[in-house]
Design a protein around this ligand. Structure first.
Ligand code: DX5
Ligand code: ZN
Length: 226
C-alpha cells in the first residue's frame, strides 16, 4: 500500500488560537482540510478566505478547501488566492461540473468532486481524466463530530475500482466520522487520504491525537491489522 495521507479538518479547532492549533499538529499531517459552508448548501456557516489565508500563513502544510456552497464557480478564485492548493465542490448544485473542474484547474489548484452520501459515486465517471481527488462523504455535510456512515463503505470500494480502471492516479479522501475505530474500514475499502476533525481537535491534546492517527496509518501502510 502506498502512502496514506492524514488531513485534519480544522472545523472543531479552537479558532481563538488557530495558528497554535494547526502548528501543534503540523508535524504529523500531510494536508489540512478546511470546510467552507454557506448556510445554503448546508444549514451552517463556517468561514471564508480570510481564515484560509490565516492558516496558510501559520504553517507550511498544503490546504484543501472543501466547498459546501451553492456557487463554487463564483468563489473558487478567492480561495485559491487565499492559499488553497486543492478545491473540492459538490456537483449536485452546479449546472456543469466539468466547467467547475476546468475553472479550478485553470486557477492552478487541484480539483476534487465531493460525493454526498445520497449521491451515486458514478457522478465522477465523466470527469475521471481531470479530477485530482474524489472526496467521499461518510457523514451528511454540515457539521463536525457526526458518526461515520458505514453504508458508504461499498461506495468507497466502487470509487477505487473506477479509478483503477481509469488511467488517473487521483486520490480518494474519506471525510466524516473518521477516528481510530473507523479508519481501518475506510482505508480497507480504498481511501488513501483521511480527514479527521473531531478525532484530532476535540480532545485535550490534538498533537497526541494526530500522532496516534499517524501511527495507525503507518501500521496500515505496512499492511498491519489491529
Ligand atoms: C462535514 C465536513 C467534515 C467534518 C469532519 O460537513 O465536511 O470535513 O468537518 O469532521 P469529523 O471528523 O468530526 O466528522
Ligand atoms: Zn469536509
Amino acid at each position: 500500500m502506498g502512502h496514506l495521507s492524514l488531513s485534519p479538518s480544522i472545523l472543531t479547532a479552537d479558532f481563538a488560537r488557530l495558528g497554535e492549533e494547526v502548528r501543534s499538529v503540523a508535524g504529523f499531517v500531510d494536508w489540512f482540510h478546511l470546510d467552507v459552508m454557506d448556510g445554503h448548501y448546508v444549514p451552517n456557516l463556517t468561514f471564508g478566505p480570510s481564515t484560509v489565508a490565516a492558516v496558510a500563513g501559520s504553517c507550511d502544510v498544503p490546504l484543501h478547501v472543501h466547498l459546501m456552497i451553492e456557487d463554487p464557480m463564483k468563489y473558487a478564485r478567492v480561495f485559491v488566492e487565499a492559499g488553497a492548493r486543492r478545491i473540492s465542490f459538490h456537483p449536485e448544485v452546479v449546472p456543469d461540473a466539468g466547467e467547475v473542474i476546468d475553472h479550478i484547474r485553470a486557477l492552478g489548484a487541484g480539483a476534487g468532486m465531493a460525493v454526498h452520501p445520497d449521491v451515486e459515486v458514478e457522478v465522477v465517471v465523466p470527469h475521471l481524466d481531470v479530477l485530482d481527488l474524489v472526496l467521499m462523504m461518510t457523514v451528511r455535510p454540515g457539521f463536525g463530530g457526526q458518526a461515520f456512515l458505514h453504508e458508504v463503505v461499498p461506495k468507497i470500494r466502487r470509487a477505487r475500482q473506477l479509478l483503477t480502471n481509469s488511467n488517473r492516479a487521483a486520490d480518494i479522501e474519506v471525510d466524516g466520522g473518521v477516528n481510530l475505530s473507523t479508519v481501518d474500514e475506510a482505508v480497507g475499502a480504498g481511501a488513501n487520504m483521511v480527514v479527521a476533525g473531531s478525532a484530532v481537535f476535540d480532545g485535550v491534546d490534538p498533537a497526541a491525537a494526530a500522532e496516534r492517527m499517524r501511527e495507525r496509518l503507518d501500521l496500515l501502510e505496512r499492511g498491519g491489522r489491529v
